[in-house]
Design a protein around this ligand. Structure first.
Ligand SMILES: Cc1cc2nc3c(=O)[nH]c(=O)nc-3n(C[C@H](O)[C@H](O)[C@H](O)COP(=O)(O)O)c2cc1C
Length: 215
């Protein structure tokens, strides 16, 4: 196994270094974030730095890059307080990736990449119709991360729409059944397959595998 010190890593070409560091933290939950601005123009952008902050209250955060680099999603969320997260299926991964391009504020990525806007009663942000799992969040807090001028955007869950075929009897979502993709780095996308599920782990023995049980 090769050792790389941060001094060595810093000496690399920025694109090579960027790929290496972006892959280091592992596979990520890529989703499309849907928003709308105050003029009614919708926006859709792919994000993969998405974090589960807690189940009760149900809080989910994402990291937004400096606003000069990624301005529209965060501005729309600040203006409206509402946004949607939409899982990505392999059938539209190319379109999902294309939403990362720097489109003008007046141009909706929904139209540009040909994904379909879906509006639900009393939810004032667009979902992606093609997505098998989607949920709406209401803005709680935007925490500036001073060290690199990024932002942790924290939202609370208000509504979830989930394809029934992946909902197990204990509430677990078998995302591999609906083929939600995972991402690696800033340009790689993967299918996943389940390795195992286990009972709650306690000291004094190994947790039992529940892989084959129809719980
Ligand atoms: C796979 C992938 C993951 C990305 N993840 C993030 C992310 O977590 N945070 C972020 O700020 N930008 C991320 N981006 C870049 C945004 O998609 C891009 O900056 C987009 O143009 C932002 O659009 P907006 O200005 O409409 O918000 C990612 C791009 C790709 C291709």
């Amino acid at each position: 196994m090769q050792h790389f010190s941060i001094d060595t890593i810093q000496s690399w070409d920025r694109f090579y270094r960027g790929n290496f560091i972006n892959c280091l933290s592992g596979f990520k939950s890529a989703s499309l974030i849907g928003t709308v601005n105050t003029a009614g123009v919708t926006n859709l952008a792919i994000f993969s730095n998405i974090i589960h902050l807690g189940a009760d209250p149900a809080l989910i955060a994402f990291q937004n890059r400096p606003t000069a680099a990624a301005p529209h999603t965060i501005a729309n969320i600040e203006a409206t307080g509402v946004y949607t997260l939409n899982h990505i299926h392999p059938s539209f991964v190319d379109k999902a990736h294309q939403t990362s391009a720097k489109y003008a504020a007046e141009e909706s990525e929904f139209a540009a990449v040909q994904l379909t806007e879906e509006w639900r009663h009393n939810i004032h942000a667009p979902f992606v119709a093609e997505s098998n799992i989607k949920y709406a969040l209401s803005l709680v807090e935007i925490v500036p991360i001073q060290h690199n001028n990024t932002f942790l955007v924290i939202g609370k869950l208000t509504d979830a729409f989930v394809d029934e075929s992946c909902i197990e009897s204990d509430g677990y979502l078998s995302l591999e059944k609906i083929q939600s993709v995972t991402s690696l780095g800033i340009d790689g996308y993967y299918n996943v397959s389940k390795v195992a599920r286990y009972n709650y782990a306690k000291p004094g023995g190994m947790a039992e595998e529940i892989w084959d049980k129809n719980i």
